[in-house]
Design a protein around this ligand. Structure first.
Ligand code: SF4
Length: 147
């Protein structure tokens, strides 16, 4: 692994920033990055924007495109997460690897789930809002489970 500076979902490092305050660390992935000599920069767009705990959200296909909507109240949270991602990558221009929590609507790289407006599953291979921004910027991006 040639990467030197890796942006990593904070929950993978053991921070209790998931929507329900649970811990979902991935020690194996973090050890792998450390062994490779990577500098780790953590991020959590959802905690920064909405606090913890918070209502979970889903990527939802709407007539206006893919949106991150809260599961029950259907609040559109796309823009705050996208703005956080843009600011994060602008402030950290030397990031050369993105490691996102698999299946997260913000951080999942190729594993985020997409639903239609009736709640039917359309795809399990989408990018979360922040992962999509990493990809647009040409940053190598991987789900933690595939590191
Ligand atoms: S998956 Fe991303 S948004 Fe969700 S808790 Fe982890 S770092 Fe935060």
């Amino acid at each position: 692994m040639m990467a030197k500076k890796a942006a990593v979902s904070a929950c993978l490092l053991g921070r209790n920033c998931r929507y329900n305050g649970e811990i979902k660390e991935n020690k194996e992935a973090i050890e792998k990055l450390k062994r490779a000599g990577c500098e780790i920069v953590e991020f959590c767009p959802e905690e920064a924007c909405f606090g913890t705990p918070r209502e979970a959200m889903d990527l939802t296909l709407t007539p206006e495109g893919v949106k991150a909507l809260t599961k029950f109240t259907k609040e559109d949270r796309t823009t705050p997460v996208a703005d956080y991602a843009e600011t994060f990558f602008t402030q950290n221009p030397d990031i050369d690897l993105f490691v996102g929590k698999a299946r997260s609507p913000s951080c999942g790289v190729r594993t985020a789930r997409l639903y239609d407006e009736e709640g039917n599953l359309i795809s399990e291979k989408e990018s979360g809002i922040m992962a999509a921004e990493a990809k647009v910027r040409g940053i190598e991006a991987v789900d933690d489970e595939n590191l």
